[in-house]
Design a protein around this ligand. Structure first.
Ligand SMILES: NC(=O)c1ccc[n+]([C@@H]2O[C@H](COP(=O)([O-])OP(=O)(O)OC[C@H]3O[C@@H](n4cnc5c(N)ncnc54)[C@H](OP(=O)(O)O)[C@@H]3O)[C@@H](O)[C@H]2O)c1
Length: 328
């Protein structure tokens, strides 16, 4: 298949590009800074020559968006919103104008659309959309608004020949340097991988292999449209999540951190505590109903596999992710 990845230079794009190219597909990445033959320039806002790669493609998977790992200043929040809504809108325009539109458009969204919640898991049918929870900072509602507007930009696009799916993804865990797992592992290795603010908040996650398999599944399943949760079936409290990560790497202790310590730490590394403190309890209702089977349902074996691959890749030549070890 011809697959186009707008915003495919980041963490998730690297995972998909690697897997889909290895599977024999022809992958083209849209980026603001193209390098090499497989990358094409765009600005994520306006139609241009890049629309020619969308016309005649089979699949578009739009991943573009300003990184959410930053201080949530007014300026950054605006950039987070605009880069997502604008890119989804212009991808929709390119598909609408194509003589040979792709048969499916997967649009990245986020599990953050659901409410900060402890009592029950959120699936697509019964889940509570966030934004009006009591007792959380007001600005957390903005992340939910971003997700809603992002999904709306896709839903409102008029692409009658192209099936549309919004990927409400949890954190994608891969062994790549600079990815979410790498950051968490670094904290754990420094002895800082203890519970934060009590650690009762839920962590939703998905192993990179299952993420790729779910994307392939959704490409194939012509009957699935609309929002789909991409999250392993067993989200768990942050304290248990970090304990399993420490065990996987062999770190005996992890210092607990109070909310205040987390605020200071987040300030120091220019990120935001919402990423740590919001309880994301999300389960894959629609994927499960559709018969998708996860290789990594629970976090402990997933963390072991990821830690093993990090160890192998750090021994491999720089920039290469080591081949998958057997986990049988
Ligand atoms: N990583 C996760 O676990 C996760 C989970 C749920 C949802 N998501 C969402 O999935 C998407 C991809 O995640 P990721 O981790 O791969 O993100 P990432 O590493 O930050 O990469 C996103 C890409 O978007 C492009 N981009 C950034 N700012 C842009 C702008 N203003 N206009 C147009 N393009 C821009 C960049 O490409 P160029 O600089 O090359 O143009 C960048 O490589 C993001 O929208 C993210 O919010 C990620």
């Amino acid at each position: 298949m011809k697959i186009v990845l707008p915003g495919g230079t980041g963490q998730v794009g690297t995972i998909l590009d690697r897997a889909l190219t290895a599977a024999g597909h022809e992958v083209t990445v849209l980026t603001r800074h193209p390098v090499g033959a497989r990358q094409v320039g765009w600005d994520g806002v306006t139609p241009g020559r890049w629309t020619e790669v969308v016309d005649g493609s089979d699949v578009v998977i739009n991943l573009a968006g300003r990184s959410v790992s930053c201080r949530y200043t007014a300026e950054n929040l605006r950039a987070m919103m605009d880069s997502r809504v604008d890119s989804a809108r212009v991808v929709g325009e390119a598909i609408a104008a194509a003589a040979r539109p792709p048969r499916v458009w997967l649009q990245m969204s986020t599990a953050t659309v659901y409410a900060h919640r402890f009592d029950a898991p959120n699936d697509e049918a019964t889940g509570v959309i966030g934004g009006s929870e009591a007792g959380v900072p007001d600005y957390w509602a903005f992340s939910v608004d971003i997700a809603k507007n992002w999904e709306r930009a896709q839903a409102e696009a008029s692409t009658p020949a192209t099936r549309k799916v919004a990927l409400r993804s949890a954190m994608v865990m891969s062994p790549d340097r600079g990815g979410v797992f790498d950051h968490l592992l670094t904290l754990a290795r420094l002895g800082l991988g203890g519970p934060v603010a009590g650690g009762a908040q839920y962590v939703s996650w998905i192993h990179d292999e299952d993420f790729v398999r779910a994307v392939e599944f959704l490409i194939d399943r012509d009957d699935i449209t609309g929002p789909v949760n991409l999250a392993a079936p067993c989200p768990l409290p942050h304290r248990d999540f970090m304990r399993a990560l420490r065990t996987a790497w062999g770190v005996p202790v992890g210092l607990p951190a109070t909310r205040w310590m987390a605020e200071l730490g987040a300030f120091a590394v220019r990120t935001d505590t919402e990423l740590l403190l919001k309880s994301r309890r999300v389960i894959p209702g629609r994927l499960r109903e559709a018969g998708f089977g996860f290789t990594y349902r629970s976090w402990e074996p997933a963390a072991l596999d990821l830690a093993q691959r990090v160890r192998l890749s750090r021994r491999a030549p720089r920039g290469r992710v080591a081949a998958k070890p057997s986990h049988s």
